[in-house]
Design a protein around this ligand. Structure first.
Ligand SMILES: Cc1ncc(COP(=O)(O)O)c(C=O)c1O
Ligand SMILES: Nc1ccccc1C(=O)C[C@H](N)C(=O)O
Length: 407
């Protein structure tokens, strides 16, 4: 990659960035501007040491004793999902006992959608969702409906039409807050209130929200939510996901995957399922200790981070990218699809381009790693913990160079 002279005003933004020191907490490969933290977050430097301790010490030496070792201090493996849940809770505006960590986002979507249907009012049989929702959300809803004998209707409408479809027949509203293609952010608080006023139970997918900006599920009075551990939480490939269940639903919501690790006392080996207190009841099976340990450690990077500063920086990064790329739209068939309105933007910037797939392949070749998404989307994810405005400059110049070379 060519070295470039970075404009002073961008260097000045980096010089007064309150999160600048966080970059050093990540391993970022040389020669690359990594704009894919919304798919797989970068490696926090503290994680490999933790994994070495867990494998060599806890697994290698203490072996099975690690399940209970340190239980009095809450440091046992059994309590690891709860410790991680508490760290996630702060990022999404939840109480620790409203969050469960483990399994994939897809599996957690199944769990909370089933729970939402279980607490929905009688006679309601529609799951309302965004037609462009991430595929796994749509597929899980389809699978759950099939399991229920096809008694439900999955109603898919454009995101802009959701409000008009909040009807008396809707049981659950399943929405992803930040669209994975366009980066458009929905007003979680307002939509939750509108839906609940119609007696609808809300399920939010926070895959592209958690760790990217502050989320306030409690403030919004949200019902259920899920999210990924490997994107902005930087928990590593296939990291455990999380789910949120508001406290008021704990008693009534069915636990669809009622496994022994969600039992109030797993080693009672009872014949019947008695749910553990709080959201822990949704932890179905044995905690994935290695991957939970990585996520636990990764979340400590957030411990001293002001989430409002995180949001401010994310917007500054995406504003900068939009401004720098804007002149290229006059010369090339590039169309911004991410809202300019801050309130409607997540932490990514996307463009349509008729040769998006080829353009992204060239960009990756040039060390600017973003994503292509069907049918014609170029997607650039910005992670306020480790990106600088200098990176944004580098990326925008890379886009220019690739487009010019192709012309
Ligand atoms: C909105 C959304 N939901 C869910 C997922 C993924 O779910 P899983 O981790 O189960 O593959 C992703 C990305 O993979 C996503 O973007
Ligand atoms: N989990 C993955 C595994 C392999 C490749 C990509 C992903 C992603 O996370 C994609 C992401 N959800 C997206 O918004 O496109």
């Amino acid at each position: 990659m060519t070295t470039l002279t970075i404009p002073d005003h961008l260097l000045a933004l980096d010089a007064r960035d309150p999160l600048a020191s966080k970059r050093a907490e990540f391993h970022l490969p040389r020669g690359v501007v990594y704009l894919d933290g919304n798919s797989l977050g970068a490696l926090p430097r503290r994680v490999p040491q933790r994994l070495a301790r867990v494998t060599q010490g806890e697994w290698g030496e203490a072996l099975i004793r690690s399940w209970t070792a340190g239980a009095d201090a809450g440091q046992d493996w059994m309590a690891l999902p709860d410790r991680v849940a508490a760290k996630v809770a702060r990022l999404i505006g939840a109480a620790a006992h409203e969050v469960a960590v483990g399994d994939s986002t897809s599996v957690n979507t199944f769990k909370v959608l089933a729970a939402a249907l279980g607490v929905a009012g009688p006679g309601r049989r529609v799951i309302l969702t965004d037609a462009d929702n991430f595929p796994t959300d749509l597929y899980v809803a389809q699978g759950l409906n099939a399991l229920l004998g096809g008694t439900l209707e999955l109603r898919r409408v454009p995101a802009d039409d959701i409000e008009a479809h909040l009807g008396e027949d809707v049981a659950a509203l399943l929405l992803t807050q930040v669209d994975y293609r366009t980066g458009r952010k929905l007003d979680l608080e307002a939509i939750t209130a509108l839906a609940q006023a119609k007696g609808i139970v809300t399920v939010w997918d926070l895959a592209h929200s958690a760790g990217a900006f502050p989320v306030d599920l409690s403030g919004a009075g949200a019902d259920f939510a899920v999210g990924c551990g490997y994107k902005f939480l930087n928990g590593g490939p296939g990291a455990p996901a999380f789910l949120f269940a508001a406290e008021r639903h704990h008693d009534a919501a069915p636990v669809a995957i009622s496994g022994w690790m969600g039992h109030a006392d797993p080693f009672e080996m009872a014949r019947d399922f008695t749910p553990a207190p709080g959201a822990r009841r949704f932890v179905a099976g044995t905690p994935m200790v290695l991957s939970l340990s990585a996520l636990d450690e990764a979340l400590d990077v957030f411990a001293d981070v002001d989430l409002n500063a995180l949001r401010a920086k994310s917007l500054s990064l995406t504003d900068t990218f939009i401004d720098l790329v804007e002149p290229l739209a006059a010369r090339f068939p590039l169309t911004l699809v991410t809202p300019r309105d801050h309130a409607r933007r997540g932490s990514q910037v996307s463009y349509r381009h008729p040769q998006a797939r080829e353009v992204m392949a060239d960009l990756i070749q040039a060390g600017i790693i973003g994503d292509y998404r069907t049918p014609d989307i170029l997607r650039f994810g910005f992670t306020p913990l480790y990106h600088s405005h200098a990176d944004v400059w580098q990326a925008a110049r890379g886009v220019q160079a690739v487009l010019e070379a192709r012309a």
